[in-house]
Ligand binder design. Structure first.
Ligand code: C2E
Ligand code: CA
Ligand code: CA
Length: 411
């Protein structure tokens, strides 16, 4: 058996006693790290909030109280799982829609299993899940006894335990490195490198995200300076949580920082995820307009997964639109996703925005984005996020492999 299965954490949500017992027995037989079971959506959410996120939820759709569809939305919004498997005897088209919805919400959809679930079938799905993931995207979950608390996070911010890794953004027409995205990691003294999924939600809800982000901006500016001293001008994208946009003094603070270091603000690109968590739209618009006024680049992140996408585009002068990886990774095999990617690219170009395809994992993804006239690609096919000092070495290797867009056969 695949030993990677032993690190999995799974929750089963099933209201029927018999089906739940079968599922529980099958999953328990795979010797995974943690198995939780729940009879209702409400109980499942509560357990996950208390015990921390799991890798996968196996979930029935037809449930008393909150149904499985609404449950999946909460699961995604609260980032309580990495993926879902639907357990259902429902009509295939409903299951398919739910799977699409899960992916659009940023959850991995591993497929569906008819009930009662069969051990070999489940094991196959789990093995694809654990092996299909590359190391960087597989976020090992923290042992439950080491659940993070706010105080620990606060101390970690004070002690500068957070570092940045950088992932290249390259031009699709010639592969040139055009920018990097800065992604935070927690260099934990005992647990090693911890990925943002484990601490960003808590930081957002506690307000700690602001001091963290300001630290990260300082690190990014130091890095821009270091590359400048090596003769390179590499713009850095920083993720800004929507919750921070109500602080309208942020643009002035960043302006002072860039001015003080003699760095053009255009070298800092602020990536903002569309989100329902913008509580005061007027304040957020003021902050964004001020960023733009001062010359910072603005990027709309995870486009298509959030709310009111079009509305935000009309009102905010974004310079870049990032197409979410769930659309990119499905577009090669699914015409509906491909049509969405294509129309997003047209829309962005009509509004004079650059487009970035995220989650480019294969040559096929790359080729598809290239053919659809997307400008920039980012993803494991190009490079995983890496420490700053390995970037220029990576670039040399990467460029020596060009051209990577195969020529179309002559007709
Ligand atoms: P994001 O902004 O959408 O960042 C891209 C995420 O996708 C990164 O995960 C990156 O490692 C991953 N990724 C890149 N290429 C691929 C690929 O080809 N396949 C797959 N499967 N994944 C890929 P990471 O670093 O775990 O970050 C997760 C999220 O955490 C980010 O999503 C962002 O929303 C948030 N985040 C990261 N750093 C910060 C930060 O400094 N501040 C704030 N507020 N949020 C941050
Ligand atoms: Ca981002
Ligand atoms: Ca993104």
């Amino acid at each position: 058996m695949d030993s990677k299965l032993s690190s999995l954490r799974i929750l089963i949500l099933e209201d029927q006693l018999f089906q739940r017992l079968v599922a529980e027995q099958v999953v328990a037989g795979l010797n995974i790290q943690l198995l939780l079971t729940a009879e209702t959506s409400e109980d499942a959410l509560q357990q996950l909030q208390e015990k921390g996120p799991v890798d996968l939820v196996l979930c029935d759709l037809d449930l008393p109280g909150m149904d499985g569809i609404e449950f999946i939305r909460h699961l995604a919004n609260q980032k309580l799982a990495d993926g879902v498997i639907v357990l259902s005897a429902m009509d295939a088209s409903i299951i398919r829609t739910v799977e699409d919805m899960s992916q659009a919400l940023g959850l991995k959809s591993l497929g569906h299993l008819p009930k009662p679930i069969h051990r070999n079938h489940l094991r196959e799905m789990l093995e694809v899940y654990v092996n299909g993931e590359t190391f960087d995207s597989f976020k090992p979950l923290l042992p439950s006894e080491q659940l993070l608390n706010e105080q620990e996070l606060e101390e970690a911010v004070e002690q500068h335990q957070f570092i940045l890794h950088y992932q290249p953004k390259v031009l699709l027409n010639d592969g040139q490195l055009i920018a990097v995205e800065a992604l935070v990691r927690w260099q934990h003294p005992d647990l090693g490198l911890i990925h943002p999924v484990h601490f960003i939600p808590m930081m957002e809800s506690s307000g700690m995200i602001e001091p963290l982000t300001i630290n990260m901006i300082d690190l990014a500016l130091i890095q821009i300076k270091a590359w400048q001293q090596q003769g390179r001008e590499i713009p850095i994208s920083i993720n800004i949580s929507a919750t921070m946009l109500s602080n309208t003094s942020l643009p002035d603070m960043l302006m002072k920082k860039t001015k003080g270091m003699n760095i053009p603000p255009a070298l800092l690109n602020l990536e903002i995820t569309e989100s329902s968590s913008i509580s005061d739209v007027a304040l957020a618009l003021e902050t964004l307009a001020r960023f733009k006024l001062h010359g910072f680049a603005l990027s709309i992140d995870d486009f298509g997964t959030g709310y009111a996408s079009m509305q935000q585009l009309n009102r905010i002068p974004f310079s870049e639109l990032k197409i979410d990886q769930s659309f990119v990774s499905n577009a090669c095999k699914d015409d509906t996703h491909k049509a969405i990617v294509e129309s997003n690219i047209h829309l962005a170009h009509r509004l004079n925005m650059q487009t970035v395809g995220e989650g480019v994992e294969t040559q096929e993804d790359w080729q598809m984005l290239h053919d659809l006239n997307c400008d920039i690609a980012q993803g494991y096919f190009i490079a995983r996020p890496m420490p700053a000092d390995t970037l220029l070495g990576w670039e040399k290797q990467w460029l020596s492999k060009q051209p990577i867009t195969p020529h179309k056969p002559a007709l």
